[in-house]
Design a protein around this ligand. Structure first.
Ligand code: FMN
Ligand code: SF4
Ligand code: SF4
Length: 252
């Protein structure tokens, strides 16, 4: 069984590739959360995996909240996580291991895929140039067979990319990131053609169209799926996202 979250498709690609190779069932975390599906029956020797993007050197808050509510009929044989990140994840696997420990579960392995960056809501944070994005995707694809083999063999692996000052970034900046998350700065420009794509891609169902324009409703994780998928680049996050370029998996 693989629980996953993805906004722009990087983590979905990783989760689907592993699920296909190992014949695992996929559960999309925001959907399971909405439907209150927290109790899962596990088969003998079943593995449990979690795939998600790194948000501010931590697992996204919505993933941590979901894990807190999970209940399994028996202890999983092997528990693994795989993250996608634009650059590095600090000590995110330690935060996730702490979260799992609260529901009595160990973490046996953490896998890491560096993929195109999606965060554009801050000065200095931008998407990768197409050539760099393509290189990252090619490397992630090349890394997949090894990860699949390791999961199959239930190996104990740690491959989180830490970056500099990893503990500070995760424990000080990362753990308070959710307090700064807000959809108030989101706006649409006159380029909007009322297509509804932003409504459909929001994993939290936080957007509706009113008078043909998107309206944000305050339940936002700042995943930027709405920004990246708009066919007219008509969504901006204040001034921070202007001119940053759009990306979603499959765009290049
Ligand atoms: C809110 C937010 C915070 C992010 N923080 C980090 C980070 O701390 N380190 C990093 O390397 N990438 C960071 N990223 C980039 C994503 O982890 C990366 O692009 C990921 O592959 C996106 O996955 P998805 O396409 O499945 O949504 C962040 C992205 C978002 C939207
Ligand atoms: S995706 Fe863009 S063009 Fe379509 S409704 Fe949303 S803001 Fe408007
Ligand atoms: S409103 Fe936009 S940024 Fe917020 S959760 Fe939905 S898609 Fe993500």
């Amino acid at each position: 069984m693989i629980f996953y979250f993805s906004a722009c498709g990087n983590s979905r690609f990783i989760a689907e590739s592993i699920a296909q190779a190992l014949d695992e069932q996929l559960v999309f975390i925001p959907e399971a959360e909405r439907e209150g599906r927290f109790d899962y029956t596990l088969a003998e020797y079943e593995r449990v995996g979690f795939v998600f993007p790194i948000y501010s050197w931590c697992p996204p808050q919505l993933v941590r909240d979901f894990v807190q509510k999970l209940k399994f009929t028996k202890a999983p044989n092997y528990v693994w996580m795989a993250v996608t990140c634009g650059d590095n994840g600090g000590v995110a696997e330690k935060v996730f291991a702490e979260q799992l420990a609260k529901i009595g579960s160990p973490l046996h392995a953490d896998y890491c895929f560096v993929m195109p960056n999606t965060y554009v809501n801050m000065a200095g944070m931008s998407t990768d140039k197409p050539e760099k994005a393509k290189r990252k995707i090619a490397r992630a694809q090349a890394h997949l067979p090894e990860v699949i083999q390791n999961i199959k063999a239930c190996k104990s692996v740690t491959e989180m990319r830490r970056g500099i000052f990893p503990r500070f970034k995760t424990n000080v900046i990362g753990k308070s990131f959710h307090k700064w998350v807000s959809d108030e700065p989101f706006r649409s420009t006159d380029a909007c053609i009322s297509c509804g794509k932003c409504v459909n891609v929001c994993p939290l169902q936080n957007i509706s169209l009113e008078d043909g324009r998107p309206k944000w409703h305050g339940n936002c994780t700042n995943c930027d799926a709405c920004f990246h998928h708009c066919p007219k680049n008509a969504i901006q996050y204040g001034k921070a996202s202007v001119g940053k370029g759009q990306y979603y998996f499959g765009k290049f």
